[in-house]
Ligand binder design. Structure first.
Ligand SMILES: C[S@@+](CC[C@H](N)C(=O)[O-])C[C@H]1O[C@@H](n2cnc3c(N)ncnc32)[C@H](O)[C@@H]1O
Length: 232
Protein backbone atom coordinates (compact mmCIF):
# COMPACT_ATOMS: atom_id res chain seq x y z
CA UNK A 1 0.00 0.00 0.00
CA UNK A 2 1.22 3.54 -0.76
CA UNK A 3 2.65 5.53 2.12
CA UNK A 4 0.00 8.26 1.69
CA UNK A 5 -2.80 5.68 2.11
CA UNK A 6 -1.19 4.13 5.19
CA UNK A 7 -0.88 7.63 6.61
CA UNK A 8 -4.58 8.32 5.96
CA UNK A 9 -5.51 5.12 7.79
CA UNK A 10 -3.60 6.07 10.94
CA UNK A 11 -4.80 9.67 10.71
CA UNK A 12 -8.41 8.50 10.74
CA UNK A 13 -8.10 6.25 13.81
CA UNK A 14 -5.47 8.15 15.86
CA UNK A 15 -7.82 9.38 18.59
CA UNK A 16 -9.31 5.90 19.17
CA UNK A 17 -6.07 3.97 18.55
CA UNK A 18 -5.22 3.22 22.20
CA UNK A 19 -8.77 2.23 23.14
CA UNK A 20 -9.11 -0.08 20.14
CA UNK A 21 -5.76 -1.78 20.96
CA UNK A 22 -6.96 -2.55 24.48
CA UNK A 23 -10.28 -3.93 23.28
CA UNK A 24 -9.18 -6.06 20.36
CA UNK A 25 -6.14 -7.56 22.12
CA UNK A 26 -7.89 -7.98 25.52
CA UNK A 27 -5.10 -5.64 26.79
CA UNK A 28 -2.50 -8.26 25.81
CA UNK A 29 -0.59 -5.66 23.76
CA UNK A 30 0.43 -4.03 27.05
CA UNK A 31 2.04 -7.27 28.28
CA UNK A 32 3.80 -7.78 24.96
CA UNK A 33 5.14 -4.22 25.02
CA UNK A 34 6.30 -4.75 28.61
CA UNK A 35 8.28 -7.79 27.46
CA UNK A 36 9.96 -5.71 24.75
CA UNK A 37 10.83 -3.01 27.27
CA UNK A 38 12.27 -5.59 29.69
CA UNK A 39 14.88 -6.45 27.04
CA UNK A 40 16.27 -2.90 27.10
CA UNK A 41 19.14 -2.74 29.55
CA UNK A 42 20.19 0.79 30.46
CA UNK A 43 22.02 -0.01 33.68
CA UNK A 44 25.26 1.68 34.66
CA UNK A 45 26.59 5.21 34.33
CA UNK A 46 26.62 5.41 30.54
CA UNK A 47 24.22 7.79 28.74
CA UNK A 48 21.90 5.85 26.44
CA UNK A 49 20.07 7.04 23.35
CA UNK A 50 16.95 5.21 22.21
CA UNK A 51 14.95 5.59 19.01
CA UNK A 52 11.37 4.32 19.04
CA UNK A 53 10.44 4.13 15.37
CA UNK A 54 6.79 4.11 14.32
CA UNK A 55 6.19 5.27 17.87
CA UNK A 56 2.50 6.01 17.33
CA UNK A 57 1.06 7.37 20.56
CA UNK A 58 4.22 6.49 22.51
CA UNK A 59 3.37 3.28 24.41
CA UNK A 60 6.93 1.94 24.31
CA UNK A 61 8.47 5.16 25.65
CA UNK A 62 5.77 5.35 28.29
CA UNK A 63 6.67 1.87 29.51
CA UNK A 64 10.43 2.56 29.33
CA UNK A 65 9.94 5.62 31.54
CA UNK A 66 7.70 3.76 33.99
CA UNK A 67 10.21 0.93 34.32
CA UNK A 68 13.20 3.29 34.74
CA UNK A 69 11.65 5.95 36.98
CA UNK A 70 14.82 6.35 39.02
CA UNK A 71 17.20 6.71 36.09
CA UNK A 72 18.11 9.84 34.19
CA UNK A 73 20.86 8.40 31.97
CA UNK A 74 18.80 8.06 28.79
CA UNK A 75 16.74 9.96 26.27
CA UNK A 76 14.24 8.74 23.69
CA UNK A 77 13.40 10.00 20.21
CA UNK A 78 9.89 9.00 19.17
CA UNK A 79 9.68 9.03 15.38
CA UNK A 80 6.51 8.53 13.37
CA UNK A 81 5.37 9.93 10.02
CA UNK A 82 1.82 10.48 11.27
CA UNK A 83 1.16 13.87 12.83
CA UNK A 84 -2.19 12.83 14.32
CA UNK A 85 -0.64 9.84 16.11
CA UNK A 86 2.11 12.17 17.42
CA UNK A 87 -0.49 14.73 18.58
CA UNK A 88 -2.33 12.07 20.57
CA UNK A 89 0.93 10.80 22.03
CA UNK A 90 2.00 14.29 23.14
CA UNK A 91 -1.24 14.68 25.07
CA UNK A 92 -0.49 11.41 26.90
CA UNK A 93 3.24 11.78 27.59
CA UNK A 94 4.80 14.90 29.11
CA UNK A 95 8.25 13.77 30.31
CA UNK A 96 11.08 15.94 29.10
CA UNK A 97 13.45 13.11 28.17
CA UNK A 98 11.18 12.48 25.15
CA UNK A 99 11.63 14.15 21.79
CA UNK A 100 8.96 13.68 19.12
CA UNK A 101 9.86 13.71 15.45
CA UNK A 102 7.85 13.37 12.23
CA UNK A 103 9.78 10.94 10.05
CA UNK A 104 9.42 7.83 7.95
CA UNK A 105 11.66 4.88 8.83
CA UNK A 106 12.92 4.67 5.27
CA UNK A 107 14.89 7.93 5.58
CA UNK A 108 15.92 8.83 9.09
CA UNK A 109 17.29 12.33 9.71
CA UNK A 110 20.18 11.17 11.93
CA UNK A 111 23.90 10.76 11.49
CA UNK A 112 25.39 7.26 11.47
CA UNK A 113 25.87 5.32 14.73
CA UNK A 114 23.77 7.58 16.97
CA UNK A 115 21.57 5.16 18.95
CA UNK A 116 22.19 2.40 21.49
CA UNK A 117 18.73 0.93 20.89
CA UNK A 118 16.12 1.14 18.15
CA UNK A 119 12.71 -0.24 19.02
CA UNK A 120 9.70 -0.82 16.80
CA UNK A 121 6.36 -2.03 18.07
CA UNK A 122 3.76 -3.09 15.52
CA UNK A 123 5.20 -0.63 13.04
CA UNK A 124 7.63 -2.64 10.87
CA UNK A 125 4.54 -4.17 9.21
CA UNK A 126 3.40 -0.72 8.17
CA UNK A 127 6.53 0.66 6.53
CA UNK A 128 6.34 1.00 2.75
CA UNK A 129 9.83 -0.44 2.24
CA UNK A 130 11.08 -2.94 4.83
CA UNK A 131 14.57 -3.25 3.28
CA UNK A 132 15.21 0.49 3.28
CA UNK A 133 13.86 0.81 6.83
CA UNK A 134 16.09 -1.97 8.19
CA UNK A 135 19.13 -0.51 6.42
CA UNK A 136 18.38 2.87 8.00
CA UNK A 137 17.97 1.29 11.45
CA UNK A 138 21.29 -0.48 11.01
CA UNK A 139 22.94 2.78 9.89
CA UNK A 140 21.75 4.83 12.88
CA UNK A 141 22.61 2.15 15.46
CA UNK A 142 26.00 2.21 17.18
CA UNK A 143 28.22 -0.87 16.78
CA UNK A 144 26.69 -3.60 19.01
CA UNK A 145 23.58 -1.44 19.38
CA UNK A 146 20.36 -3.44 19.55
CA UNK A 147 17.28 -3.50 17.38
CA UNK A 148 14.25 -4.83 19.28
CA UNK A 149 11.06 -5.30 17.34
CA UNK A 150 7.58 -6.46 18.34
CA UNK A 151 5.33 -7.60 15.52
CA UNK A 152 2.56 -10.00 14.68
CA UNK A 153 3.79 -13.48 13.74
CA UNK A 154 2.66 -16.76 12.25
CA UNK A 155 1.02 -19.32 14.55
CA UNK A 156 2.35 -22.86 13.99
CA UNK A 157 -0.62 -24.80 15.37
CA UNK A 158 -3.23 -25.21 12.63
CA UNK A 159 -6.11 -25.34 15.14
CA UNK A 160 -5.05 -22.16 16.93
CA UNK A 161 -4.38 -20.50 13.63
CA UNK A 162 -7.93 -21.22 12.42
CA UNK A 163 -9.42 -19.83 15.65
CA UNK A 164 -7.25 -16.72 15.35
CA UNK A 165 -8.19 -16.27 11.66
CA UNK A 166 -11.89 -16.45 12.50
CA UNK A 167 -11.43 -13.85 15.23
CA UNK A 168 -9.28 -11.50 13.18
CA UNK A 169 -11.29 -11.69 9.95
CA UNK A 170 -14.76 -11.58 11.46
CA UNK A 171 -14.52 -9.79 14.78
CA UNK A 172 -11.74 -7.19 14.45
CA UNK A 173 -13.15 -5.27 11.42
CA UNK A 174 -16.60 -5.12 13.05
CA UNK A 175 -15.14 -3.90 16.34
CA UNK A 176 -13.09 -1.33 14.42
CA UNK A 177 -16.19 -0.14 12.62
CA UNK A 178 -18.11 0.21 15.87
CA UNK A 179 -15.39 1.99 17.83
CA UNK A 180 -13.57 4.10 15.24
CA UNK A 181 -16.20 4.25 12.50
CA UNK A 182 -13.53 3.01 10.08
CA UNK A 183 -13.81 -0.58 8.84
CA UNK A 184 -11.16 -0.01 6.12
CA UNK A 185 -8.46 0.62 8.73
CA UNK A 186 -9.15 -2.68 10.46
CA UNK A 187 -9.48 -4.65 7.21
CA UNK A 188 -6.05 -3.20 6.44
CA UNK A 189 -4.78 -4.39 9.85
CA UNK A 190 -5.96 -7.96 9.23
CA UNK A 191 -4.51 -8.01 5.69
CA UNK A 192 -1.19 -6.55 6.79
CA UNK A 193 -0.84 -9.24 9.48
CA UNK A 194 -1.53 -11.96 6.89
CA UNK A 195 0.98 -10.50 4.44
CA UNK A 196 3.77 -9.92 6.96
CA UNK A 197 6.62 -12.47 6.60
CA UNK A 198 7.02 -15.44 8.96
CA UNK A 199 9.44 -15.49 11.87
CA UNK A 200 12.04 -17.42 9.82
CA UNK A 201 11.77 -15.04 6.88
CA UNK A 202 12.17 -11.97 9.08
CA UNK A 203 15.31 -13.50 10.62
CA UNK A 204 16.73 -14.03 7.11
CA UNK A 205 15.95 -10.44 6.16
CA UNK A 206 17.62 -9.17 9.35
CA UNK A 207 20.71 -11.25 8.54
CA UNK A 208 20.81 -9.83 5.02
CA UNK A 209 20.76 -6.35 6.56
CA UNK A 210 23.94 -7.09 8.54
CA UNK A 211 22.33 -7.73 11.91
CA UNK A 212 23.84 -10.42 14.09
CA UNK A 213 22.87 -12.44 17.23
CA UNK A 214 19.34 -12.64 15.83
CA UNK A 215 16.81 -14.23 18.17
CA UNK A 216 13.06 -14.25 18.39
CA UNK A 217 10.53 -15.04 21.10
CA UNK A 218 7.01 -16.14 20.24
CA UNK A 219 4.33 -14.62 22.45
CA UNK A 220 0.96 -16.32 22.86
CA UNK A 221 1.84 -19.15 20.45
CA UNK A 222 3.28 -16.77 17.85
CA UNK A 223 0.36 -14.34 17.63
CA UNK A 224 3.05 -11.76 18.41
CA UNK A 225 6.83 -12.06 18.21
CA UNK A 226 9.76 -10.14 19.63
CA UNK A 227 12.88 -10.02 17.47
CA UNK A 228 16.15 -8.93 19.04
CA UNK A 229 19.44 -8.50 17.21
CA UNK A 230 22.62 -6.41 17.15
CA UNK A 231 24.42 -4.25 14.66
CA UNK A 232 27.71 -5.97 13.71
C1 LIG B 1 0.15 0.04 14.60
S1 LIG B 1 0.91 1.58 14.90
C2 LIG B 1 2.05 1.19 16.21
C3 LIG B 1 2.24 2.35 17.15
C4 LIG B 1 3.02 2.03 18.41
N1 LIG B 1 4.39 1.69 18.11
C5 LIG B 1 2.36 0.95 19.21
O1 LIG B 1 2.93 -0.12 19.36
O2 LIG B 1 1.25 1.18 19.71
C6 LIG B 1 1.95 1.72 13.51
C7 LIG B 1 2.66 3.04 13.40
O3 LIG B 1 3.61 2.96 12.32
C8 LIG B 1 3.65 4.22 11.72
N2 LIG B 1 4.21 4.11 10.35
C9 LIG B 1 3.55 3.96 9.19
N3 LIG B 1 4.41 3.98 8.16
C10 LIG B 1 5.64 4.14 8.70
C11 LIG B 1 6.95 4.26 8.13
N4 LIG B 1 7.14 4.17 6.82
N5 LIG B 1 7.98 4.45 8.98
C12 LIG B 1 7.79 4.51 10.32
N6 LIG B 1 6.58 4.41 10.90
C13 LIG B 1 5.52 4.22 10.10
C14 LIG B 1 2.20 4.68 11.72
O4 LIG B 1 2.07 6.08 11.51
C15 LIG B 1 1.74 4.20 13.09
O5 LIG B 1 1.84 5.20 14.06
Amino acid sequence: MKKENINKIFESIANKYDLMNDIMSFRLHRKWKEKLVNLINIDGKKEYTILDLGAGTGDISNQINKKNKNKSNYSIVLADPNIEMIKNGRIKLKENNLKWLASYGEKLPFKNSKFDFVTMSFSLRNVYNINLTLSEINRVLKKNGQFICLEFGKIKSLTLNSIYSIYSENVIPKLGQKITGNITAYNYLVESIKKFPSQDKICKILKSKKFTNIKFYNLNFGVAVIYICKKK
